[in-house]
Every structure is written in structure tokens, then in C-alpha cells.
Design a protein around this ligand. Sequence first.
Ligand code: AMP
Length: 496
Amino acid sequence: MNLPLITRAEAHNKKTAIIADTGVFTYQDLLQASGQIAANLLQNTADLQEQRVAFLIPSGFEYVATQWGIWRAGGIAVPLCISHPRPELEYVITNSGASILITHPQFEEILHPIAIEHNLRFILTSETLPDHLVSLPEIDINRRALILYTSGTTGKPKGVVTTHQNIQAQVTSLITAWEWKSSDRILHVLPLHHIHGIINVLTCALWAGAECYMLSKFDAEVVWNCICEGDLTLFMAVPTIYVKLIAAWENATAERQQSMTAGCKKMRLMVSGSAALPVQVLEKWQTISGHFLLERYGMTEIGMALSNSLHGQRYAGYVGQPLPQVEVKLVDESGELVPSGTPGEIQVKSPGVFLEYWQNPEATAKTFKDGWFCTGDLAVVENGNYRILGRMSVDIIKTGGYKVSALEIEEALRNHPDIQECAVVGVADPEWGERVCAALVLHPQRQLTLESFRSWAKEQLAVYKVPTKILTVAELPRNAMGKVTKPAVVELFRAD
Ligand code: AMP
């Protein structure tokens, strides 16, 4: 039996799968190219037997054909991040124990020396592929498929291993909840080393037999051009992308704004996730696009767990309810269920939950309790909907005996007329345990003293939540996904 993703692609055959800078490709093209890539990977062996194949390819047809080729040859796909510097790439390559490295010629200079140093088979995507057919191995869906590297709050990134079956569960849950159809057309603007871009957008689209327009990099004007053309049905992004799209809309002429808005209105669904969506961004996007963004919550280790409903009422600041096939519970420190209205750690059980951290059984064992994955995120249920309070390790600040949520404080601070962006962290302090500190990006030509800031904030927040230290910065430290890296924010205060 073939992998279900492949069998389904065979049924879609002549239908368009991918539209990219390099052309328009059908499902048949994808099957053909991935078959050739698999043959090239296999050489004279029958099955890669879960060998790790690391690859660095910009978003587009070659990326997908390579990922499928690795899977069809029986390998584990290890996607690398195109914006990472050499040490980070080398860490992922060596930690995963990759034996083969595939790269687009654009990255040859950086990756070839790594391949030589670690004695890896090195393949360029520009190489001519074998055109003879070879028989490909049968892949049991319980085999490992993918390793995605995810940063914890401390230590080096860990490799999150998902099986084909985990991926299938993650994808089918979203297909059901968001009613993906083969008539859907989605614009792909996300990085392809992260679950959001790989599972929620790319694999869901290809599972559904839909069309995926892949942009090799994010550019707000290019994205708006695609939206203006008006034949997309779906769009999914992280909050920072919506912020950039809003800025571009605001700078456009009235006529262009109308066309941008009209393009959005033709879509059936726009989704935000991977980080908290500020309510102001949600509201602004609603006036621009007519869409009340569907916010969802998930994690590399579990896939998506919570989502606002497709057809029902959505609430700003909430991530809705558990997705199909996903069980979610909130527990206190002793593992007891908390009642509605009381914050608790999110724990998840579902067939989409990952298999293990790569070669790290201690870390894997630590994150499971009685078969439930402990996310380390705190949430509360209010009126039947989940509200995310943040990561227990960095976003839950223990100050003067109170526990406060950085996300909640950030939401309030964004209402200050001079504040454009902010990140709230707890910094170790002998007097408070942790001191609430806020890194602020101000609107151009604005200034803010701690005194005036605090007197404003005290009108919005309980006094123990009001930051006692502020730092004005030109921009917040962010990772390749556009998420604020809180440990780096803490460092800013330590260095100050
Ligand atoms: P990643 O594994 O990189 O996708 O990061 C997962 C983490 O992102 C979660 O553990 C949450 O802390 C955070 N996250 C994801 N979605 C949301 C959301 N809608 N609101 C707040 N935080 C989120």
C-alpha cells in the first residue's frame, strides 16, 4: 500500500497542485518528480529505512517534490530553515544524524562544506534525475516521517518526530474542521521548516486535492497582488504577517485599497495562529478585509488542538474549542482538572500527537503524563471557549506572590497611543521574585517616560501587573516564524 497522500494524489492526477515562480504543476507532475527523486535517493537500495534526509530548498515545487521523494523512498524528511546561519543548520544536520543533504544551488556554498566535513551524500536539486522507473518501497504509516526542530525556552532545539500516521491525523482533523475541498485555492507565504507552513497549509492543500500558490518569500505587496487577483479561497498566516499586510494596505491608494478589500471578501476563510493574535490586529483586519480571523492554537508536538468554529460565533482573544480527534484538558499543578474560569495547563491527547523527541527519551518521557502531552501552555475556559494565557515558563510571571499573564498585559499595553508593539517578560529580581518588564516599540517620533507610562497603565491594569521597568527598542527580537523570542527579551533587560 502506498502512503495515503500519494494514493490521493493519483486520484487528482491532472489537477493543478502547485503554482510557483517556476511554473504550474499538476498532481501528476508531483508524482513523477517525487518518484524520480526517490529513485535517485535509493540508488541501489530498496528502502531508505528511516535514514534522515536534510534539505534546504526555497518554497516551491522542488521543495514539495523533494519532501515527497524522501517519504516515498522510506526516509525521514528534515527540512532546514532558509534564514538560518551555518551553526544552526549544522546543528540540525548533525543532531538528526542526516546521511543525505539535498540543497538548491542557492545554498551550495553554505551547505557543501558541511556535507564534506560530516561525510554526507550531497545532492543539488539542479542535478539530472534518473528517468527510469524503480519500484518504491511500501511505507507503513506508523513509520517516522518528519523531524521538525523546535526551540524550548532553554537549551538547544529538540527534534520533534512525527509519523505518517500523526501527520494524517493532524491533516484530517483540519480538513474536517475547516471544510477543505479540492476546489480550494490557498496562498502559501509561510516558512517551510515549521508545522504551520508544512502541515496546516501545504499538506492539507495537497491532501484535499486543492491548489497551492507558493511564494518563495514573503513580500506584502506581492501577497496583496495575489489577493487582488481574487481567486483565492483560503489564507493562513501568523499575526506578524497580518500586521505587515495592514501596514501595506494603509499605505495604498484608495483605489488599490478597494481592490485589496474586494480580493479578501472573495475568500471563504482567513486563519491566524502560532502566536497570540492581538485583538487590535483582529479588529483592524476585520475592517480591511471583512473577515473576523479564525484563530487557532497548536504546537509542533501536537499539531493543532483548539480552533474557533468555522461557521459559529468567534470571539476576539479566544481560540475556541478542541478540534476533531483532539482531547484537551486543563489541569492544576497537582494534575487535577480545573473548573471553568480557573487557569490550568493545557494537556492534549490525540492521534496527531508526536512520537518522540529525536534521540531524547528523557525529554520525551518528561512531557507525557498518563498518555497526555503536557504543553507547558496555560489557558482558561470562559463561556465555553479557551483563552491562551501563554507559556508557563516565560509568559506566566510570578511577581510579589501574584501570577500574571504576559499576554494579558501586552494586550492592554497595545492600547497606549504611543505604543506600536510590546513584549512583556518577567526578570528575576530579589525583591519581587520576578519583576514585570516591558520592551516597547514606539510609534515614530514618540517618547515615553516610565512615570507617564505607569500612571497610564495603572488605569488599565491591576497595579501588580503594571511593568516596573520599560525599555524602548527599535524592534523586538523575533525568530524565523516572526514570533517574539522572550528569552532574548529577558536578555535585553539583563544587559541593560
Ligand atoms: P510552535 O511549536 O512553534 O508552533 O509553537 C507553539 C507555541 O506557540 C504554543 O506552545 C503556544 O505557546 C504558542 N501559540 C500557538 N498558537 C497560539 C495562539 N493562537 N495564541 C497564543 N499562543 C499560541
